[in-house]
Design a protein around this ligand. Structure first.
Ligand SMILES: [Zn+2]
Length: 175
C-alpha cells in the first residue's frame, strides 16, 4: 500500500519531519493528556491523513523529559474510526505492520533523532514510570532518603531505556 505524495513521504526523514511541522492541517485531538496526545493530521499537498502520536515520559531527573512522536499514514476509514473512538489509538501500532512511519526520538539530554521506521510499534501513554510514581508518594510523606531517591532514579532510567528499546525492537519483526 502506498500513501501520500512526494512531500509527505520523502525519503529524507528530516525533510519529511519539517513538512509535518509546517505543512499539515491538524484536527482536534483524539487524546489530549499532558503526556499523551494523539490527533489526525493531513498533508496540505495531498490531503493524506496521518495519525500523530506524541508520548512524553517523566524520568524524575529534571525538566528535560524524553519525548517521542510517531506519524503513520492511515486510510480515510481508519481516520474516521480513530476520531469517533470505534478504533482505539492503541491499535495504531498493529495497523502499522505494513506501513512506513516517521519517528522522532528525543531522549533526555540528547539530540532529537528523526528516522523512518517500519512494521508494528508500541503505543505508550507516557507519564511517570511506576517507580517514580512510588517515589513521589514517599517524598510527599517525607519518607524518602537521598539514597532511596538516587536508587529510584536509576530504576526509572532503566525503565525508560527498556520502553525506548521496545519501541524500536517491535518495529523490526524480521530481526
Ligand atoms: Zn502529501
Amino acid at each position: 500500500m502506498n500513501f501520500g505524495c512526494g512531500a509527505c513521504s520523502r525519503e529524507d526523514a528530516e525533510a519529511a519531519w519539517q513538512h509535518f511541522r509546517h505543512d499539515v492541517d491538524t484536527e482536534a485531538p483524539i487524546v489530549d493528556d499532558p503526556h499523551f496526545i494523539v490527533r489526525i493530521v493531513r498533508c496540505r499537498a495531498c490531503s493524506q491523513p496521518f495519525i500523530r502520536i506524541f508520548t512524553e515520559f517523566i524520568d524524575w531527573s529534571g525538566g528535560d523529559d524524553p519525548q517521542y512522536t510517531t506519524i503513520m499514514p492511515v486510510t480515510e476509514a481508519e481516520a474516521a474510526a480513530f476520531t469517533d473512538g470505534s478504533l482505539s489509538v492503541f491499535q495504531a501500532g498493529k495497523i502499522g505492520a505494513g506501513r512506513r512511519h516517521l519517528l522522532s526520538d528525543w531522549p533526555s539530554g540528547q539530540a532529537r533523532r528523526i528516522s523512518w521506521g517500519e512494521g508494528t510499534f508500541l503505543v505508550s501513554e507516557g507519564g511517570l514510570c511506576p517507580s517514580a510514581v512510588y517515589l513521589s508518594r514517599r517524598l510527599a510523606l517525607g519518607r524518602a532518603s537521598a539514597a532511596y531517591e538516587a536508587r529510584v532514579l536509576r530504576v526509572s532510567k532503566t525503565f525508560l531505556v527498556v520502553k525506548t528499546l521496545a519501541r524500536h525492537t517491535v518495529q523490526k519483526p524480521s530481526r
